[in-house]
Write a protein that binds this ligand. Sequence first.
Ligand SMILES: *Cc1c(COP(=O)(O)O)cnc(C)c1O
Length: 358
Amino acid sequence: MRVYNFSAGPSMLPQPVLERAREEMLDWRGSGMSVMEMSHRGSHFNEIARNSEAALRELLGIGEEYYCLFLQGGATGQFAAIPMNLLGERRKMDYVVTGSWSKKALAEARRYGEVRVVASSEQDKFTTIPDPSTWQIDPDAAYLHYTANETIEGVEFPFVPKTDLPLVTDMSSNLLSRPLDVSQFGLIYAGAQKNMGPAGICIVIVRQDLVRDPLPVTPSIWDYRLQAKEGSMLNTPPTYNWYVLGLVLEWLREQGGVAAIEKRNIEKADLLYQAIDRSDFYHNPVDPRYRSRMNVPFTLADPSLDAVFLKEAEAQGLVNLKGHRSVGGMRASIYNAMPIEGVRALVDFMQEFERRYG
Ligand SMILES: *Cc1c(COP(=O)(O)O)cnc(C)c1O
């Protein structure tokens, strides 16, 4: 029996994708071998790689002036690769800090140049987004970085910040959850294991003219120009993960693309937040304007019931609801692959639980 898996990442994948991968496990489309056994330089894998890039470009309307890279090292690797490739002579970067992940991005960037915090919501325990009119952006910085969805705190930007600097954004947990005007960005990056596929592969979409000569310390595998030249195959890429990511992109296309999935994501998030807000038993601490559609943290009025809640939820096939250790309570991650039935089952369980313990 499949459960409803509310894990923040690695997370639930669409069932048709898993079924397709199972069907093709021993013999990928008449090749007589598994994708795991193929040469990354051969024509079969080439087709997989080309098709996945085409699907990504089509889904997000990515222009020719952008590289689409499929890299290893996760979003965490990009925390370093971004300054290495975009700083050039400038050596200064601006960061907006709205949660745990933007804080980590900033800490890593510090190793490569001068980093400024243009705004932070840490005083508000990362439950909001600082008013953009108060951001102190340095016109000489190489770029402005922000985290579009803070996976741990459940804070999501409903707007794209306005700035003359190239905009760099970590969309690890919300890329492909809604339509996006890529041309507003200099660089978008996202690890796949939240909303797009298995762990081990990371997408980087970067405007070509922003890529400078990399800092001399830059490892070749994180040299964007070199990776672009080599079709993201400077070394052996994570072939199977790339393939599954491609299946997810195909699935998303069949669902009607990002506009269609956004409607469903809004519906799911509304259902869950309304259930939380209607009750005095559950509570979500985030400024309602900036609540994430993807990650919904909530607490119980009586935290001593947390363990019982988790145990009973699990018994009903609702798993991985434990909140991140840094914030406690619960967290329901409801990415593209989570069907509305899963959210309904969670809401029903929560109401039942409140009736019995509230
Ligand atoms: C999970 C996550 C990361 C880290 O991803 P890794 O692939 O583990 O490096 C970075 N940023 C955000 C927003 C995340 O959700």
